[in-house]
Write a protein of this length. Structure first.
Length: 318
């Protein structure tokens, strides 16, 4: 199979028939062997009924219905597991991503040998204050932190080789950082393509300002996991050793100071009256706790079970 198109969605019943017709027109024009996988992420409108109707019309259409809303990352994870195409393309269901981009994205992966191509919506039709400015700040921080130099990490229109989607694990809210996950997994042929951004035709955006706050928090998480996810003791152990060393130095200072006072004949002072005593005690306790955190991290890493992060209510042709 040439292409798998994965489309996560939440309450997009109005746009689904038009999106399907558009994708089908592009696929038929280019004679691609394809599948379209719609992932209904707990919609409360008529989205699933629309997917069922479209699947009856076109056997290349498949569907996954979640029991409730689990988030875009979980939806992409489910789609990646089922994808069979040599090239996997993700896009949003709101018609803001253009299926006309598919042939060029396919060629960049299949013929030019890239592992991942990320869309760059250079010209946007979003609210400048509410979306564009926070997005620019977010993308700048992501570039500096991850070392992956893309202009638009959060663009839903991306293309991957099948090998990439089968070797990365998208979890939590990490869909924004799939290029970083790919890089950490060893896929380094990552590039971007300027894509057309269209104004939303139906409904309203499902994302608010909180996505940028969550995005920055996830950025810190993925930075930490990329550096210390496989060796937590290196991080916690180093901090623990530093804190313990400070405690030992403070304790040594207290001992030397007390011996000096005794040597010059001054009356002995209780150790607990010296503020350095509490500095030594606190830093040594914190150092011990950090060591324990590192040990626990190593144990969890070696004994964790891969539990399902979502429940599927229904499958369609998958």
């Amino acid at each position: 199979m040439d292409i798998s198109v994965i489309i996560p969605l939440l309450n997009e019943a109005e746009s689904l028939p038009e999106l399907h017709r558009w994708i089908k027109t592009v696929m038929d024009k280019n004679n691609y062997l394809y599948e379209v996988i719609f992932i209904d992420d707990g919609s409360t409108d008529n989205s699933w009924n629309c997917i069922e109707a479209i699947a009856k019309e076109n056997p290349a259409v498949k569907g996954i219905k979640f029991l409730k809303n689990y988030g875009k990352s979980q939806a992409l994870h489910a789609g990646f597991e089922k994808a069979q195409g040599d090239v996997v393309i993700t896009m949003d269901a709101d018609l803001q991503d253009s299926p006309d981009e598919i042939p060029e994205l396919y060629n960049l992966i299949k013929n030019d040998g890239f592992d991942l191509i990320s869309g760059w919506k250079k010209k946007r039709y979003d609210n400048v204050l509410m979306k564009n400015m926070p997005s620019k700040l977010f993308n700048w921080a992501a570039r500096k932190t991850s070392g992956v130099y893309l202009h638009d990490f959060n663009c839903g229109l991306k293309a991957y080789s099948n090998e990439v989607v089968k070797n990365i694990e998208v979890y939590g809210e990490m869909h924004r950082y799939i290029p970083v996950l790919a890089k950490n997994a060893g896929f380094t042929k990552i590039n971007e393509k300027v894509v057309q951004h269209q104004a939303r035709k139906y409904g309203s955006s499902k994302f608010g300002m909180e996505r940028f706050i969550n995005g920055f928090l996830d950025l810190i998480t993925i930075w930490f996991l990329s550096k210390f996810g496989k060796r937590p003791m290196h991080f916690f152990g180093a901090l623990g050793a530093l804190m313990f060393a400070i405690g030992l130095l403070a304790a040594a200072y207290i001992g030397v100071y007390k011996l000096y006072k005794l040597s010059v004949g001054e009356p002995a002072v209780l150790v607990t009256n010296n503020p350095w005593f509490y500095i030594a005690l606190t830093t040594m306790v914190i150092g011990t706790q950090l060591f324990l955190a590192g040990f626990l991290g190593e144990i969890i890493l070696r004994t964790k079970n891969n539990e399902a992060r979502y429940k599927i209510a229904q499958l369609l042709h998958v």
